[in-house]
Design a protein around this ligand. Sequence first.
Ligand SMILES: [Fe+2]
Length: 248
Amino acid sequence: MKALPKDFADLLSARGRRILEGRDRGVRGAIADPRRPFLALDGALDRDKAAAVWRLLDRALGPHLVKLSQPVPPESISGQTRKYQERLRKTVRNRTAYLERRDSRAWRAAEEIGLIAMTASDSYRRFVEIVAGRPLARKFGRQLLCYGPGDYAGPHTDHHPEDPRAASGYIDFHLSFAGPGVQRQLLVYARDGHFTEEADVATAGGISAYRLPFWHFTTPLKARPGQEATARRWVVLGTFLFDEGPCR
Ligand SMILES: [Fe+2]
């Protein structure tokens, strides 16, 4: 694969196209209810194409990733004065490419492999709207993430209370591509106040959707023994605000 399909629909499996046509009742509006904020879909992307996308991203965007590291602050323990009063900010370690500026090298590389065009296609937006169960704002954000062995994200909410457009919720949409060397990575999230829910995100071609904010974390990526060289999981992330209509 030299470039991604121009139309997101062409990356989908037969099941994925059923979803896109709104014919899968279990998926339509799956995360519309904030009490059911997360959906993971396996088998919605074409398996062979997904494997090719992993190779394409790895080759074309790998050189443009920057390290993201927010470790546990030591003072979160040393500064603690009373038991049971620990506080932990968002901790994370992975690599990322922010696709925000059109003049950045990462943007140009993403454009060359058709990632910008595919995520601008009508079917991409329509798929997210079907899962979200409501219209989404025209403008949206793109970002790439890459988890290597041991990379993770600690418990966090992705709440943006200071941003009036996002304060009452928004959607993150992940296309996830795990390389052949990835053995295990889970997304764990809270329901009814406890971290009881988990989803396997270490699939070669997965789709997941988040109705944020809610508490969640991503477990450290585990490589298959001897296959660390391809133990990377790529995430194409789209961030969508809700369309509040012309009155706003
Ligand atoms: Fe998150």
